[in-house]
Design a protein around this ligand. Structure first.
Ligand SMILES: [Fe+2]
Ligand SMILES: [Fe+2]
Length: 296
């Protein structure tokens, strides 16, 4: 019986039994590995808890949005497309996680393994034309002792770029007369430093556009609008960089106005700091859940 909350009395009993017995449920679920997944309602904004079949493949916890082969995906799946932050209860522990939706070959390989372990999921797939999604659950681990993740790596890259830009501006502001010296004086040095910084920033943004962002947009559909906006900001930053490059390249000691270059660098610094800050708020948790930082 479905009540007003879209919840069956049966589900309520399963959840209560699960919580009372350390994750074990009898009756038709006897011997099954279950998990309680709490999502935030896509429309209601309220927390919803669903008992689901639970699998671990190569140590990766996952659930399957089979809805027993129904034509439409279950509500909890729509919820995580809107907000991937979830709570996972295994019976012995409860932890916050971010739910990802692997696509293409990665999804197919996981689903094949799911079916190998539990052929019932293959029967569900046969009942419906939709591709049954596999949802991987990635524990969000707060605290300093966790593994340094991809998100931490992003913040470190930002911090390095922040420092470089600060140094560049200090170089320009410390001794206004210095830039007036003829090359290979400070003007030349500034040119070199500027080029190094601009190349590093360009490389950072290219890496995001080609690597991190498409991966995140695919796995976390809820992030897609924010990622599109971040990409637009990259274009704004690139235009500012081009203008700075033009001013630095065309700089003639004694003729050019250092104030114009200073103003452009200030604009870039403000624009970039806003971009970094928002990017860090938006993607760091998701990136940390995706894997460890690269080692050099
Ligand atoms: Fe960025
Ligand atoms: Fe970035």
């Amino acid at each position: 019986m479905i009540d007003n909350y879209g919840f069956t009395e049966f589900q309520r009993q399963v959840i209560a039994e699960f919580r009372a017995n350390g994750g074990k449920v009898g009756g038709m679920f006897e011997g099954w590995a279950l998990v309680l997944l709490t999502t935030v309602g896509a429309r209601s904004g309220l927390r919803r808890t669903n008992p689901l079949g639970y699998l671990e493949i190569d140590g990766q916890p996952l659930v399957v949005a089979s809805a027993m082969g129904a034509p439409a995906s279950p509500a909890w799946y729509h919820n995580i497309r809107k907000n991937p932050m979830v709570t996972v209860e295994t019976g012995t522990e409860t932890y916050p996680a971010i739910a990802a939706i692997p696509a293409g070959e990665e999804r197919d390989a996981l689903f094949a393994e799911v079916v190998r372990r539990d052929p019932g999921f293959g029967e569900y797939q046969a009942k419906t034309t939709r591709t049954i999604p596999v949802v991987t659950l990635h524990r969000v681990e707060p605290g300093a002792d966790r593994v340094r993740g991809l998100g931490d790596f992003l913040v470190e890259s930002h911090d390095w770029l922040r420092q470089e830009l600060t140094d560049l501006r200090r170089q320009l502001n410390a001794d206004p007369a210095a830039i007036e010296r003829t090359p290979p004086g400070l003007a030349q040095e500034l040119r070199t430093h500027c080029l190094t910084f601009c190349e590093a920033l360009k490389e950072h943004h290219t890496g995001e556009e080609l690597g991190a962002f498409p991966m995140l947009a695919q796995r976390f559909p809820a992030l897609a609008p924010a990622l599109a906006k971040l990409s637009e900001e990259h274009a704004v930053v690139a235009r500012l960089q081009a203008e700075i490059q033009r001013l630095v390249d065309g700089y003639r000691p004694g003729e050019s106005d250092p104030a114009a270059l200073r103003a452009e660098l200030d604009r870039l610094a403000a624009e970039l700091e806003a971009h970094f800050a928002w990017e860090e708020r938006t993607v760091v948790t998701a990136l940390n859940a995706m894997g460890p930082a690269p080692e050099f």
